[in-house]
Design a binder for this molecule. Sequence first.
Ligand SMILES: [Zn+2]
Length: 98
Amino acid sequence: MTDREIVRCPSCDGYGWLEEDESPAQECAWCAGVGYVYRGADGVDAIIPPSDYAAQGAALESLEEQRLREMGYSGSAKKPWEQEIRGENKNRLKGGSA
Ligand SMILES: [Zn+2]
């Protein structure tokens, strides 16, 4: 295997999108909306490609649950990578509940 590990996206902090004051949430360009990135042994982050979502699903879910727990959130996690797999409209990820 490679030396890379999956880490929380440093740009959006695992959210997968960036909230702005006035405009709707924007998908994070750093992680392509996944909320997590590969970090290589050299410290360079790389987007997790959609083709890897299935293989990394368990690791991503574990990280996401950890993140939600840190926030004190006990509901079910949004899973952008799984929604990608299902082929759902990306825009649905940005709706959420207010
Ligand atoms: Zn991000």
